[in-house]
Ligand binder design. Structure first.
Ligand SMILES: NC(=O)c1ccc[n+]([C@@H]2O[C@H](COP(=O)([O-])OP(=O)(O)OC[C@H]3O[C@@H](n4cnc5c(N)ncnc54)[C@H](O)[C@@H]3O)[C@@H](O)[C@H]2O)c1
Length: 247
């Protein structure tokens, strides 16, 4: 895979960090997008010298433009984009404030649109791959987080629609739909519930494989979707959820 380059958003932790590690190990050049310079610098140093950090908020369009420009400047190409940055909210629709609603839509939906706008031309030149880190909650609902579920539904449909619009240019677009993954986001989600430990046990017991996913298991699938091994896979919303949505 030497000579290929990717932009990964939300690369400082969880699934994004695992993607950075797996892509780097496969020889990809990387632009890593996140919100903290210090954390990103540490991640970039950890995954190797072919990683460039770009600090910014994906809810602001210029962050994505900066990331794509950094890839083109450093590597001269862009072969894959992983739109992974996301935020969750464990609140009922009644309790959700206008600010929280706007924040979730800005990061989980608008952030993907800005990334698509910024990377379209470069991906067209490489006949590349655009990967949306959606969720299996974009395919089936869950209790206690209606706004998050709604934004992930939007993310899945955005990926499908872009797959159709960009197919004539040879760009593949897919939504990766993790189930429950043991990451800082899951910890944050659980901590907002009345009894986090009980909630973790209950959620784990609901999983067909009897455990949560590891971030690396999602990153392996992202790498597959970015690589020529998936050259005829497009417009797919692929659950990586240990069979949860098969129930
Ligand atoms: N953990 C799960 O169970 C799970 C399940 C399904 C889908 N997902 C999705 O996977 C993706 C990664 O989640 P994770 O579990 O690794 O969570 P995480 O919180 O560990 O990682 C998310 C990353 O996105 C970054 N981020 C958040 N808002 C940002 C912004 N505005 N601009 C730039 N970066 C921003 C965070 O700083 C963080 O590094 C998310 O889109 C999430 O919705 C997670």
């Amino acid at each position: 895979m030497v000579g290929r380059a990717a932009v990964i958003t939300g690369a400082a932790s969880g699934i994004g960090l695992a993607c950075a590690e797996k892509f780097a190990a496969a020889g990809w050049g990387l632009v890593l997008v996140g919100r903290s310079v210090t954390v990103l610098d540490a991640v970039a140093a950890r995954v190797g010298r072919e990683a460039t950090p770009v600090c910014g908020d994906v809810a602001i369009a210029s962050t994505s433009r900066q990331a794509v420009a950094a890839a083109l400047e450093r590597f001269g190409r862009l072969d894959a984009v992983v739109g992974n940055a996301g935020v969750t909210l464990a609140k009922s629709v009644d309790d959700t404030t206008e600010l929280e609603l706007e924040h979730l839509i800005a990061v989980n939906v608008k952030g993907l649109v800005y990334l698509a706008q910024a990377s379209h031309a470069a991906l067209g030149r490489s006949r590349g791959s655009f990967i949306v880190m959606a969720s299996n909650k974009g395919l089936v609902a869950q209790r206690r987080s209606p706004i998050y579920v709604a934004t992930k539904g939007a993310a899945v449909q955005l990926a499908r629609a872009l797959a159709l619009d960009w197919a004539p240019e040879g760009i593949r677009v897919n939504a990766l739909c993790p189930g429950l993954v043991d990451t800082p986001m899951l910890e944050a989600f659980l901590s907002e519930l009345p009894n986090p430990e009980l909630a973790r046990r209950e959620l784990t017991a609901e999983q067909p494989l009897g455990r949560l996913a590891r971030a690396g298991e999602c990153a392996d699938v992202a790498l597959f979707l970015a690589s020529p091994a998936s050259s005829f896979v497009s417009g797919v919303a692929l659950p990586v959820d240990g069979g949860f949505t098969a129930q």
